[in-house]
Unconditional design. Structure first.
Length: 280
């Protein structure tokens, strides 16, 4: 018997990385999954983003656990598109109990401060539109469903250690990322207060670096090779360079299961001690 038997969990950014890990971990505990991902490239993102094949692999892995899964390709920057994807998933699976607002990008660029004004504007706009506004869109598309059902629910927003600490390094992409992730903390706290009367809980998780394609790619490797001090901005207190996606998934599970039934408005760090390291 799983901790989430009979539940339906919606996850954005589910094609790979943390999102896929969340889908698998929650399915292991009995949840059916609505998996949403852009499966396309955002022009200002230098590393290769997810594909439809990635999303199909998430589907295969969840189905191998004998759970139902509905996959939808949608860009969280487009509220209408996202609402349609959510509606299709909820309609097929018959309800909604858990929302993991996980989708995000990092517009890391070969140059920390690109000189082209159009490039700079795109880095800022795409980061905020995806990581902050896109998360708000996710709440707009899902929270009214939870309210209408009248049986409560649990929402976990993926922020970052960058949502609690000024992890900047004279790098526009990092500044935009930190701004967006800080914004998510405030967004969560507002929703946690506003929707407590509906027994809907809102929390954020704040990972340190995670072994996913977002931080582990050729662009980032080249930046570190040219400037090894960049690693100091990402240093953890524990002797690990990064954590595994399942470490974040286990925290999400705690928050959405009965184990976290009275936990709301909390910024939960899974950071290997990142936030106690001086500087940043």
């Amino acid at each position: 018997m799983g901790q989430l038997d009979g539940k339906v969990a919606l996850i954005t950014g589910a094609a790979r990385g943390q999102g896929r890990s969340h889908a698998i971990r929650l399915a292991e505990e009995g949840a059916d999954i609505i998996a949403i991902d852009i499966c396309d490239q955002v022009e200002s993102v230098s590393y290769a983003m997810s594909t439809l094949d990635d999303l199909k692999e998430t589907q295969r892995l969840v189905e191998a656990l004998d759970r139902r899964i509905v996959t939808q390709q949608a860009d969280i920057r487009d509220l209408t598109q996202l609402r349609n994807a959510v509606s299709a998933g909820v309609g097929e699976l018959g309800g909604l109990d858990i929302v993991c607002a996980n989708a995000a990008i990092w517009c890391v660029h070969p140059e920390p401060q690109p000189s082209d004004p159009a490039v700079r504007a795109a880095i800022w706009k795409d980061t905020i539109d995806t990581n902050l506004t896109g998360t708000w869109h996710t709440l707009e598309a899902t929270v009214p469903i939870l309210v209408e059902q009248g049986r409560g629910g649990a929402v976990v927003i993926t922020s970052s250690t960058a949502g609690l600490k000024g992890s900047t390094y004279n790098d526009l992409s990092l500044t935009a990322y930190v701004a967006a992730k800080h914004g998510l903390t405030g967004l969560m706290r507002g929703y946690a207060k506003d929707y407590a009367p509906h027994s809907i809980r809102f929390n954020t998780v704040h990972p340190t670096g995670v072994h996913t394609p977002m931080p582990e790619n050729e662009i980032m490797a080249g930046r570190i090779e040219r400037d090894p001090d960049l690693l100091k901005v990402m240093a953890n207190a524990l002797p690990v360079d990064a954590v595994d996606p399942v470490d974040i998934s286990n925290a999400v599970l705690y928050l959405v299961a009965d184990s976290g039934r009275y936990v709301t408005g909390v910024a939960l760090s899974v950071d290997a001690g990142f936030n106690v390291v001086a500087g940043g």
